[in-house]
Design a protein around this ligand. Structure first.
Ligand SMILES: CCCCC/C=C/C(=O)SCCNC(=O)CCNC(=O)[C@H](O)C(C)(C)COP(=O)(O)OP(=O)(O)OC[C@H]1O[C@@H](n2cnc3c(N)ncnc32)[C@H](O)[C@@H]1OP(=O)(O)O
Ligand SMILES: NC(=O)C1=CN([C@@H]2O[C@H](COP(=O)(O)OP(=O)(O)OC[C@H]3O[C@@H](n4cnc5c(N)ncnc54)[C@H](OP(=O)(O)O)[C@@H]3O)[C@@H](O)[C@H]2O)C=CC1
Length: 256
């Protein structure tokens, strides 16, 4: 797709890199020559993913919860000790659960906000302070979700992802002085491990509700991430790109 050495020797951290979209992004980064770190909570599964990815290039696993500041700091310290720098951060870790807004408990609301907004923020601020600002260069890619017309059926994640969308715009301006670019990718429905969290009845006939009449692939999301982190996108910052087969413009995401 792109030239072979597009990301040669770039040091890249992919959160949630053990599965689904994050795994595919990590895989693509390795194929284009990068050194890749992956992080997530479930250590055994994370290590197994890193072992497989190592067949393609240098890949390291550091377990951690993006919601815990001290664990995020620990990830930064490991990268510093091993590579001495970080060039690109992909904030991919996240998740939520479908529920009618009136039924979401305070704890459920906080769990989703913590995961998708606060966790992304801790990662972003810590990696910027430890690496990107001192280096005077860096690129951040936030994986959010299609909340173009709100997110009926998942109000908590809609609110959290809209927060990250705004962080993306704000920091693109505020941190331009440090030569940091920051962009977001908003996937529609992607055929990925993440969908296993959803009841099959919710996903029934879902392709019919997407103008392009199919789900996206993790490879398509990874290709977009590689483009945004590469020199081809050097003049793009503060942008959110939807990759959703046109779904943001038409119909309902799912029955709710
Ligand atoms: C048509 C489909 C469109 C799809 C578009 C988007 C797709 C994707 O994003 S795919 C990626 C999906 N992957 C995930 O969602 C995985 C990660 N998700 C989670 O881990 C959970 O959803 C989480 C974020 C809530 C996990 O947080 P955690 O702190 O581990 O949660 P707890 O188990 O401690 O529960 C806290 C709180 O939340 C309530 N809760 C959790 N799950 C559900 C649920 N399925 N339904 C209702 N409520 C849930 C839980 O009950 C707790 O609240 P209290 O009971 O009041 O204590
Ligand atoms: N698939 C889809 O259709 C869509 C996905 N998205 C978003 O894209 C991202 C990737 O989704 P997908 O690959 O499908 O889903 P997965 O559930 O496969 O991936 C989520 C990853 O995030 C990690 N993770 C979750 N919470 C935390 C945490 N607190 N700290 C560290 N790691 C965490 C998980 O690992 P572990 O359990 O080991 O922590 C897992 O590797 C998510 O943010 C998702 O919400 C958005 C729109 C659509």
């Amino acid at each position: 797709m792109f030239i072979k050495d597009l990301l040669k020797d770039k040091v890249i951290l992919v959160t949630g890199g053990r599965s689904g979209i994050g795994y595919q992004i990590a895989r693509s980064c390795l194929l284009y020559g990068a050194v890749v770190y992956i992080t997530s909570r479930k250590e055994e599964k994370l290590k197994a993913a890193a072992k497989k990815l190592k067949e393609l290039g240098p890949c390291y696993a550091i377990a951690g919860d993006i919601r815990a500041v001290e664990q995020v700091q620990n990830v930064a310290e490991h990268i510093k000790a091993l590579s001495g720098r970080l060039d690109i951060l992909v904030n991919n870790a996240g998740g939520q659960f479908p529920a009618p807004a009136q039924d979401i408990s305070p704890n459920g609301w906080n769990a989703v906000i913590n995961n998708n907004l606060n966790g992304t923020w801790y990662m972003t601020q810590i990696m910027a302070k430890e690496f990107f600002i001192p280096q005077q260069s860096g690129s951040i890619i936030n994986i959010i979700a299609n909340m173009f017309r709100g997110f009926p059926g998942m109000v908590h994640t809609g609110a959290a992802r809209a927060g990250v969308d705004n962080i993306t715009k704000t920091l693109a301006v505020e941190w331009s002085r440090f030569n940091i670019r920051i962009n977001a990718i908003a996937p529609g429905i992607i055929q990925s491990t993440g969908l296993e969290q959803y009841p099959p009845e919710l996903l029934k006939d879902v392709s019919d509700r997407i103008p392009l009449k199919r789900l996206g692939t993790t490879k398509e999301v990874a290709d977009l991430a590689v483009f945004l982190m590469s020199p081809m996108a050097n003049f793009i910052t503060g942008e959110t790109i939807y990759i959703d087969g046109g779904q943001r413009l038409w119909g309902d995401v799912f029955e709710f």
